[in-house]
Design a binder for this molecule. Sequence first.
Ligand code: CLR
Length: 381
Amino acid sequence: EAGPAVPAAQRGSWTSFLKSIASFSGDLSSLTAPPFILSPTSLTEFPAYWCERPEYFAAIADAKPGQDRALAVLRWFISTLKDQYTTRNETMGSEKKPLNPVLGEVFYGIWPDKNGRGRTELLVEQVSHHPPITAYVIENKSKGLRLVGHNAQKTSFSSGAIIVKQIGHAVLTVNETETYLITFPRLRIDGLWYGSPYIELAETSYIVGGGHITTIEYKGKGYFSGKSHSFKSTTTAIPGQGGAGPREVIVEGTWHETSKFTKGGAGSFYEASGKQEETTPLEWTSELGESETRRLWFLVAKGIREGDFELASREKSRIENEQRQRRKDEAAEGKTWQLRHFDHQESDPIYEQLGRVAKLVPPSEDMYIFKGNWPSAFATA
Ligand code: CLR
């Protein structure tokens, strides 16, 4: 019997959803799930999680190049994890199934300048539907910071949990000269049987750049400190790269609460106090197009929020049928969909070069190059 978090009327469809995930690997987004587990937010909004602690992002530019800056990049990265991986539990009671973006779906947002931190701007485009791939740019122009990345997921099922391998990477550029390669942790989604899924992070992710490499190991309950959401990071100078910094720096703690230096430093490293700052979406005008995520999914989201699942599913089918028709028309005309903000390239020299230091597997990944075409509405917002 499915757990108590599953509404009685949806038990049957929840168990069959779980069965279909168990016998399935690949793209979960296409499976139909019962209403109680649906989120009204599309995956194109998720890159906003990188921006919700704008002062830590800005602090990267203010840090001294070298070990200080490598630690500032790490601190900002750690500061985003709570928002990335616990927000749905906190705001909606459990992890939920996000809306599956359509090809060409876009999202634009702003975090205004405050206390000299500069303005942070976000641009997101769904660059593939099948499998879902999301590309994004985050820029703080006054601080000379730009992050370009893309994300995809490979999912599998293992002893009752969904295992999500994140594909893709991000490159952070400071002052057009320094580059940092960032890779993403693996996710384990537990609590499925009970109908209250939650994420634990696992394995290792890396930040490589500025003459330093940081290895971040993630563990759940029963490891390291025995606590959920634990991590241990080790930052070292890359031999022969001018990173003649002092010693190795180790930080340990939990990414959703507090962490402290346990080697090469003393005291608190990061304290997850205060709230994440929500996006101010760019006000919609025709320039943003009909595929702007909140416009596109407006009625589906309304249906989900208000429990009108008939509305939600009718609108969802309408959007999906429209997409299928577009693809057919393109095929008939011998055309292919053109990305709006990115150019796709098979390999990323920065990933290859910096990834070698971390011995990344795979040794090469593709990349999406930002065309630089911010909507003009950013200039006046
Ligand atoms: C997307 C990239 C973000 C971090 C992030 C957080 C939550 C992840 C999401 C990524 C990808 C999609 C995801 C989601 C949690 C649940 C959802 C794995 C990695 C799957 C598709 C839905 C599973 C369905 C059950 C929860 C019922 O930076």
